[in-house]
Structure formats: C-alpha cells, structure tokens
Design a binder for this molecule. Structure first.
Ligand code: F3S
Length: 300
C-alpha cells in the first residue's frame, strides 16, 4: 500500500512560536489562556510538565499567563494585568494582523464583517479589538439572516461602507462564495483576505493529495477549526475520509481493499503524532513496524 503525506501538514509557524514560548516558561506558576492548541495530547504533555490552562481572567493573580496563537481581546489582557500577572503574548502574527485591520475598520466608521465561527476564540478575540461591533458570518445562510432578520442587534446595511476580514483558518472556497455574493450587493466594500498562508497551503495540499488516494486520514483535535476544514475539503471531494486524534483510533477494517492512503494533519498536530499514525498504518498493512515515540522536546 502506498502512503502519501500532504506536502504541507502539521504544526504551522504560529503554533510553533506559542509552543516554544511555553517550553521556555515551563513552571508550576505558568498557565496558558485556553488550551495552547486544540490537541489533547499537547495539552496533556504540558500538564505533565506543570503548565495548565485557564478559561477566564477572573480570579487569576501573580501568574505567568501565555496568550495562545488564537489571541484574546484587549479586555482580557487588561484584566490579567490588573491581577498582577505577567502576560506573555503568543498571538500568531497573522492573527494580530486581523485584529489590527478589524480595529481600523471600526475606527473608520465602517461596518465590519468577520467571516468565521462566532464561537471560535480567534473570532471572539478579533471582535474584541473591534469593540464587539463585528457582524460575524460563517456561511451564506447567516449572511441572508443578517439582511432579513430585523431583530438582529447589529444590522447589515449594504448601502453603507463595509470592511471584511476573515478568520485565519476559514475555508478558501467558502470565502470566495460569500465574497462574490457580497460584492454583487454591497455599494462600497473592502475585502481583506486574512486567511493565513499556512491554512492556504494546507488546504491546497490536501486537495492535491486527496485526488491521488483511496482514503484520507486527517489527524487533529476534534475542536481544531483548521483540522475540521481539511476533513470537510476531503469529504467534498468524495474521498473516504476519517478524522482521528491519535493512531490508536484507526480501525483496521478501514484499510480493507485500500491501495493508497493519504495523510494530512491540522496546524495544531505535532509531528510525533503524525509519525505514530504512519507507523500504525504500516503495521496494519503488514509492513515493517517503525514505532513512533512521543519525544519530550521534539516538536519538529
Ligand atoms: Fe497562525 Fe495560521 Fe497557524 S494564523 S497559528 S499560522 S494556522
């Protein structure tokens, strides 16, 4: 059986920065704001080293708090600083850029549309920089809802200037679909395609790979937005697709009658988990077992 690994997969530059910051500040007094990445194995790894995570700034005092790559709102930073915490900013530079653009759009008195998932921490943080004035849209139905539902707190007026930013891990095709619709209707619109390079590369690479294989394994946390998008791209291409967090989730029957397997991984998946999955597929296929091991410091 042939195994093809997507050209771009696994840890992105932003996650590597955040992981390195935590590695440098390992201590029982260090916490991250939210799980460092949406990957249980990584969260567990840092917990074993004494670094837990917090969900809210309330009641947190005299700690070292690392802001993860998703970023947070200015209010969260102010509250953490008021609690005499040392705040280390691990926000991915691509996310910082979206926060800055969103803030400028609101300061220029334009309506702000954020394309993304309203419950995702990155989007919540971006909206915080925009004084919570962003209209958050995840798909065409939600766009129509904002235009038709007069009960919405924030109404979208397509006759007035609009600025658009995008969650860094948004699906590129969905972005183009929504923007075409908006451009047909809006009088004055500026669009900032803030989907990050890593997302772009991973989504293109998975498309290329999915066309060449019988089955795809997408490795990543169930909460990981960018992993979910890789899975939905593969499914949309009608290739048999399974999303897993770890090698042990692979059901041997998945490999029956399969001649080629594609493997990709979300931006929050460390390479040691990818190696374990490759080893497991080889093992189940009766090829020489190469045991992947969790390496305490190897994130590459
Ligand atoms: Fe940054 Fe993109 Fe990764 S925004 S954290 S490089 S997925």
């Amino acid at each position: 059986m042939e195994i093809i690994i997507a050209k771009y997969s696994g840890f992105c530059s932003g996650v590597k920065i955040a992981v390195e910051l935590v590695e440098k500040n390992i201590s029982n007094n260090t916490v991250t704001f939210g799980p460092l990445v949406h990957n249980q194995s990584v969260t567990d790894y840092f917990k074993r080293k004494g670094v837990d995570y917090i969900e809210s700034p309330e009641g947190i005092n005299n700690k070292t708090v690392i802001v993860r790559s998703h970023g947070v709102s200015p209010e969260v930073i102010s509250k953490l600083e008021a609690g005499e915490n040392t705040v280390i900013n691990g926000t991915c530079p691509f996310v910082t850029n979206v926060q800055r653009i969103a803030k400028n759009i609101i300061e220029n008195n334009k309506q702000l549309i954020i394309l993304g998932d309203k419950n995702h921490p990155e989007v919540i943080g971006i909206n915080g920089w925009a004084k919570y004035k962003g209209i958050i849209i995840n798909d065409l139905e939600e766009l129509q809802g904002y235009q038709q539902d007069q009960d919405q707190d924030l109404k979208l007026d397509l006759s007035k200037p609009i600025g658009v930013v995008v969650q860094t891990t948004f699906n590129m095709e969905k972005f183009h679909t929504i923007i075409s619709k908006l451009r047909e209707q809006a009088m004055d619109i500026e669009v900032h395609n803030t989907i990050c390079k890593a997302t772009n590369e991973r989504q293109s690479a998975v498309r290329d790979m999915a066309e060449k294989v019988d089955m795809v394994l997408v490795i990543g946390g169930k909460e990981s937005s960018n992993t979910a998008k890789l899975t939905s791209i593969c499914k949309s291409l009608d290739v048999v697709t399974y999303q897993i967090e770890e090698a042990k989730e692979i059901d041997p029957s998945w490999l029956n009658n399969i001649k080629s397997v594609g493997i990709t991984a979300g931006a929050s998946t460390p390479d040691w988990i990818i190696r374990e999955v490759i080893s497991m597929v080889n093992e189940l296929n009766g090829q020489e077992e190469v045991k992947g091991e969790e390496q305490e410091n190897a994130w590459e």
